[in-house]
Design a protein around this ligand. Structure first.
Ligand code: PLZ
Length: 456
């Protein structure tokens, strides 16, 4: 049996410890026998098209710990892909959802509305970048939010073309597959894709053949838009301020502001897809703020509601209010339970200053990743902001991606009870997305495990 040393005093108080002890504990191999049993049942019941990174079957979770059916307690460096920033059982989220559940589950906002939807929109309008007049609309998944941002951009500009970046990820629906860069596993065999979506070069400092500034990278993208799309045909430029699935790519400084200025000059709407970066994840409420960029429209999901399905488009009032009534919506968009969860999550994020917590995570993790990179020639790059951090693995001495080595390190972490995720257009990026409320001792222990995985 492997377990964490006893937690430091006060270290276990985060994330409702009455439910989940903040301690790593391995009672069996990972995955354990009961998880393997479920894996067998899953194979007979669940489509093989839905993949699983680590087949431990979870029964409880909270703070920085996932508890599986075999009684193992794993350290969570994934947050369900950047969703449970406030932890997995934040009392404010649980209590509000429970109260809502007792009251009613659904009426459909488009039939008979309820206060929670309006309150979430008020909060989003206040928290998102820019002090202009805003409106929001709520949806259920991130992809749906991106689809709706494109609908709004096309409607209000009267233009059709949509511009996206290399290495982008925007979802798995037909339009968002077209907007997503990577073929496998997202697009292969699923075409034809939605039309009038155009991909232009991004800023990926580690993979530039020669050093290039953010302004130069933006000029390169703009030149492609101008020549291949036409500035006056472009409805929107959709960007992730830090690319998520594409590899936690932080653009060179100046890239986003230069694109933003060009968009505003040419009547192209700048849409920031903050679905993965939003809600304090990168050390500011939204990642656009790092460079003072104010998008026309912003899409959010994931961290907004502590694990319940909710997504939103927030944008300039004059855009959001132009669309005819009934043009936006959906049966479940802004479901009352999800809104209750979001109000709880946003309260925690603001009250406990989780942006500062993300910056503290960065201050702990980045130096250790840099020191690790000094010792490990397979680490080509260390990057990220706040609690959205990554290492990119390469064949030593080159920039040739090493997806196999990345998978090996990730699997070693899993066996030791640390949930890690990979990403990247070449599958060679190991990413760390701990809950923003992870106790310090679990963060440190997770990093020990990662270092051992590289040493072993
Ligand atoms: N935009 C920037 O990160 C979702 C998806 C992983 P949905 N990212 C994780 C996978 O394999 O499907 C995401 C994102 C950005 C849009 C989305 C889509 O959000 O809620 O998954 O639809």
């Amino acid at each position: 049996m492997t377990e964490s040393p006893p937690p430091a005093p006060g270290g276990s108080t985060v994330g409702d410890p009455s439910r989940v002890e903040q301690r790593r504990l391995l009672r069996t191999e990972i995955p354990g026998p009961r998880s393997l049993e479920y894996a067998g049942r899953r194979a007979a019941a669940v489509s093989a098209g839905v993949s699983t990174m680590l087949p431990v079957y979870v029964v409880r979770a909270g703070g920085g710990i996932l508890v599986d059916v075999d009684g193992n307690q794993l350290i969570d460096f994934g947050s369900g892909i950047a969703v449970t920033g406030v932890g997995n059982s934040a009392p404010e989220v649980v209590t509000r959802v429970r109260e809502q559940l007792d009251a009613f589950t659904h009426t459909c906002f488009m039939v008979t509305p309820y206060p929670g939807y309006v309150e979430v929109c008020e909060a989003l309008n206040r928290l998102t970048p820019g002090d202009h007049e805003k409106r929001s609309a709520l949806f259920t998944s991130g992809a749906e939010a991106v689809e709706n941002a494109v609908k709004i951009a096309r409607y209000t500009t009267g233009r059709q073309a949509v511009v996206v970046l290399d290495h982008a990820f925007h979802g798995r629906t037909n339009l968002t597959m077209a907007m997503t860069a990577k073929n496998m596993p997202y697009k292969d065999g699923f075409g034809p894709f939605a039309g009038d979506v155009h991909r232009v070069p991004t800023s990926y400092p580690f993979r530039e053949p020669a050093p290039i500034t953010g302004q130069e990278a933006a000029a390169r993208a703009i030149s492609v838009i101008t020549s291949q799309v036409g500035a006056d045909r472009a409805a929107a430029l959709v960007v992730e301020p830090i690319q998520g699935e594409g590899g936690f790519v932080v653009p060179a400084p100046g890239f986003l502001p230069t694109l933003a200025a060009w968009c505003s000059e040419h009547g192209v709407l700048l849409v920031a897809d903050e679905i993965q970066t939003g809600f304090a994840r990168t050390g500011t409420m939204f990642a656009c703020e790092h460079e003072g960029v104010v998008p026309d429209l912003i899409t959010t999901a994931k961290g907004i509601a502590g694990g319940l399905p909710l997504a939103a488009v927030t944008g300039r009032a004059e855009l959001m209010d132009t669309v005819h009534p009934g043009g936006l919506g959906g049966t479940y968009g802004g479901n009352p339970l999800a809104c209750a969860a979001a109000l709880g999550a946003m309260t925690v994020i603001e009250r406990d200053d989780l942006a500062a917590a993300a910056r503290r995570i960065e201050a702990t993790v980045l130096p250790r990743l840099h020191a690790l990179a000094e010792r490990c020639p397979s680490i080509g790059d260390v990057r990220g902001r706040g609690a959205m951090l990554a290492v990119e693995l390469v064949v030593p001495g080159t920039t040739v991606p090493d997806p196999v080595g990345t998978g090996r390190i990730s699997a070693a972490c899993h066996r030791a009870g640390l949930v890690t995720l990979t990403c990247g257009s070449y599958g060679n990026v190991l990413r760390l997305l701990p809950p923003l409320v992870i106790p310090d001792h679990l963060l440190a222990e997770g990093l020990d495990i990662l270092e051992e995985a590289f040493a072993g």
